[in-house]
Design a protein around this ligand. Structure first.
Ligand SMILES: Nc1ncnc2c1ncn2[C@@H]1O[C@H](COP(=O)(O)OP(=O)(O)OP(=O)(O)O)[C@@H](O)[C@H]1O
Length: 271
């Protein structure tokens, strides 16, 4: 299922936050969005999810504008895992995942054994079956994060939008979660901070900078030393493996010369 943004803009606080973005996400691809803090990744993902209407431009799903779809229609096809998704409800882990079935339930389609199975499978996928009866407020940040993913999988969407899905996870669960998501028959758009995760898991990467998409392509096309310096202001070495994949190694900034001489003066003075 293809998701398309055409000249989509969004403003807040009198400032243009998403600036005329054109983006077409291909069926079943894993598209990463990278960019500095505040560059507009979360805002763009909210627009793609249809939870915030664009100021101008159109977001469409299979050629049908989201603005003309009901929330329920959208939720049957698009699942969103937000960065700071929290719940204050006193619910169990299983009940949190059951919420993913809401868009599929109705007077003519009440909760059934099939829904129970889907929820059990989603819990199993993220390795949280043993936590199913635990109360939400007793769970760690990483456990909650995995349940948010399980809730999104239980929603059985065609498109999964993830805003920094690995930010609470240890490295084992970061890799496991991205691998799990990548293995699903889903179109995925994920805002990622870790450039090496983007290099390993994404089919394509979009780079956001000050509200615009400034580059879009395969990981090796996008993750160049020049671009990492230009967009993030960080010196890096990009290594290429024989299989065509790339790996980013960051370099420690060189201390400024005047700082070195100040330090030396302080040492001299101390002696
Ligand atoms: N409702 C709002 N009102 C005012 N400014 C907003 C609003 N929402 C977002 N912004 C601003 O828009 C800019 C982009 O925010 P956004 O959260 O989309 O960036 P991001 O790339 O996801 O950042 P991060 O990497 O820090 O999560 C930021 O400067 C933010 O302060």
């Amino acid at each position: 299922m293809s998701l398309k943004a055409e000249t989509v803009s969004w403003s807040a606080g009198g400032r243009l936050i998403v600036d005329a973005v054109d983006l077409e996400v291909m069926p079943q691809e894993f598209l990463g969005i990278i960019g500095p803090n505040g560059s507009g990744k979360t805002s763009l993902i909210s627009l793609l999810a249809g939870i915030r209407p664009p100021k101008s431009g159109i977001v469409s799903l299979e050629g049908h504008p989201l603005a003309k779809s009901t929330r329920r229609d959208i939720a049957q096809r698009i699942a969103l895992v937000e960065q700071q998704a929290e719940t204050t409800e006193r619910i169990t882990a299983r009940q949190a995942v059951e919420l993913g079935r809401t868009p599929h339930l109705g007077a003519l389609s009440p909760w059934s054994g099939r829904d129970t199975d889907i929820v059990a499978r989603a819990l199993d996928h993220v390795g949280m079956s043993d936590f199913a009866d635990r109360m939400w407020h007793t769970l760690s940040g990483g456990e909650r994060q995995r349940l948010h993913i399980a809730r999104a999988l239980a929603q059985q969407p065609q498109i999964l939008l993830l805003d920094e899905p690995t930010n609470h996870l240890d490295i084992h669960h970061q890799i496991g979660l991205l691998e799990l998501v990548r293995g699903q028959p889903l179109t995925v758009v994920a805002a990622l901070h870790d450039l090496n995760h983007a290099a390993v898991f994404c089919d394509r990467i979009a780079v956001m900078d000050r509200g615009r998409i400034v580059a879009l392509g395969t990981p090796t096309e996008i993750l160049t030393e020049e671009r990492i310096l230009a967009v993030f202001g960080v010196a890096a070495t990009v290594e290429h493996d024989e299989d065509g994949s790339c790996f980013v190694r960051y370099r420690r900034p060189r201390p400024k010369l005047h700082l070195i001489s100040d330090t030396m003066k302080r040492h001299d003075h101390a002696r």
